[in-house]
Design a protein around this ligand. Structure first.
Ligand code: SF4
Length: 478
């Protein structure tokens, strides 16, 4: 009998997994589970419209359904070079609009991609890359995160000489320093980054642009530059008491742990914020030995960033499984210090008052002060881009939005000719798959800017906006 229910993803025991950064919470599908789940897909490709990078989702799901995960990986590589990474940490908005959402559950698109990609330890055996014929063009990439690495891959397979400047001692950007290892294992990162580098990409780690090399020098010595600089300037709340050493910004906290530091968080950890970074910080704190972790958010559960989406639900579910607690509708107003360290957080309960716009605004009820013990406070309260590394003569010409994002044209070029930009500094989605899409777009823009479009390998160009022309063509692939 046909089974229309989504094949369940099994989870590791929470009590066991919070003791280690090495255990992925969600277990991989077995072969039979992957075939069964992929076989539910009807190949309509409606989901492709929700994918910022416009992947041929129906095509690659069908490939797995017919037992050809290598073809699944090849199809993903038409647009992005990280199938195993994205198969774990994508926001998977595609699943939110899957036509089977109310018919047994959306296809587990992200999970199937992970299953297929994990089948291959060396993509070189299944992906054909054109024989290298370097053209006389050089492109510098500032920032070795998802957008930078994607651009590096698609440019280098076209024979462009690519050099990446990365400030940190490791590549990966947010994938390395913002996503904890239990969600994205190091060997998965290594496999995909090494495959990209094997295309002949030159890398300068520990190289801070603006300090170790001038931005103007990079601009002048390359034919084009792609900036994928992310958002690395923390927004702290400025709450009284936040100058204590046991108050961290989530970005710094996650980065330090990802780079190998074992931070002593004590027993009681308070995380301020309600988004995905708050969840990552709280679950990281659990793995560092905390006993009680509380996320404090000023709005209601349904107001949290990312909600409503399957991704937000899954993240909350996994955090709750791992014993993280939530205090919704609260305003922390003081981090109480003793001997120079925070020992507790004082807060008010909020009342949600609906405004004219229809959005409910949190208003603190100040009659009563609540207090909670804290050995560590982590503020997951956002971050922005730091442009101070750019020489003033260039910075003056770089157009930014009022919110501080780089303005780019249809092909990713900034207001400075030859300077392209993508990723979190440029788009407002601030997710990995959108950073990939920015890079794909900029690759096309850079190749055009370098007058290389007549000599490129057409079939190796990243495919943009597939959804615009899509019909139910999943079957053509397999
Ligand atoms: S929306 Fe996508 S995943 Fe869902 S059935 Fe259609 S092609 Fe398959």
């Amino acid at each position: 009998m046909l089974n229309f229910e989504r094949v369940k993803q099994s989870h590791e025991d929470p009590a066991k997994r919070i003791k280690s950064f090495e255990i992925e919470p969600v277990k991989e599908y077995t072969d039979n589970e992957a075939y069964a789940e992929a076989s539910r897909c009807i190949g309509c490709n409606i989901c492709t419209q929700a994918c910022p990078a416009s992947l041929d989702i129906g095509g690659y799901i069908r490939s797995t359904a017919v037992g050809d995960p290598a073809q699944t990986v090849r199809i993903v590589f038409e647009t992005l070079p990280f199938p195993a990474i994205i198969g774990r940490v994508c926001t998977h908005l595609c699943e939110d609009i899957c036509v089977l959402y109310d018919e047994g559950g959306p296809i587990a698109i992200r999970h199937i991609k992970r299953y297929a990609a994990d089948k291959f330890s060396d993509y070189g055996k299944i992906i054909s890359v054109p024989k290298k014929k370097f053209v006389d063009k050089k492109v510098a990439i500032i920032g070795g995160g998802p957008a930078g690495l994607t651009a590096a891959f698609y440019l280098s397979i076209q024979g462009v000489r690519v050099v990446i400047y990365e400030a940190l001692p490791a590549l990966g950007g947010f994938m390395k320093t913002g996503i904890p290892r239990y969600r994205l294992p190091q060997d998965v990162l290594d496999k995909e980054i090494n495959f990209i580098l094997s295309q002949g990409v030159e890398v300068h780690l520990n190289t801070v642009v603006g300090k170790d090399i001038k931005f103007s020098e990079i601009m002048q010595s390359n034919d084009a530059v792609f900036m994928s600089i992310g958002t690395h300037k923390p927004h702290m709340t400025g709450t009284p008491g936040s100058d204590a050493p046991n108050v961290y910004h989530a970005m710094n906290f996650l980065q330090r742990v990802s780079l190998g530091e074992n931070i002593d968080v004590g027993n009681d950890v308070v995380v301020i914020g309600g988004g995905f970074t708050a969840n990552d910080s709280s679950r990281t704190a659990m793995r560092l030995g905390a006993k009680n972790v509380i996320i404090m958010y000023r709005r209601r559960e349904q107001d949290r960033p990312g909600y409503p989406s399957l991704n937000a639900e899954e993240e909350l579910e996994e955090s709750v499984e791992e014993f993280v607690k939530y205090e919704w509708e609260v305003t922390p107003f003081e981090y109480v210090q003793e001997n120079g360290r925070v020992v507790s957080v004082k807060y008010w309960q909020n009342e949600m008052v609906v405004e004219k716009s229809g959005r409910a605004k949190p208003v603190p009820i100040k009659d009563k002060v609540h207090e909670i013990k804290a050995d560590t406070v982590i503020e997951a309260t956002g971050q922005e881009t730091d442009y101070s590394f750019i020489d003033p003569e260039y910075l003056r010409s770089l157009r930014l939005t009022p919110q501080g994002h780089v303005v780019v044209d249809d092909v990713g070029m900034t207001s400075i000719p030859g300077l392209f930009s993508g990723g979190d500094s440029t788009n407002t989605n601030k997710d990995l798959i959108s950073a990939v899409r920015d890079a794909d777009k900029s690759v096309m823009g850079i190749l055009e800017h370098l007058n290389l479009m007549d000599t490129v390998y057409d079939e190796k160009l990243p495919i943009l906006d597939r959804w615009k022309t899509y019909s139910a063509s999943a079957g053509r692939r397999t």
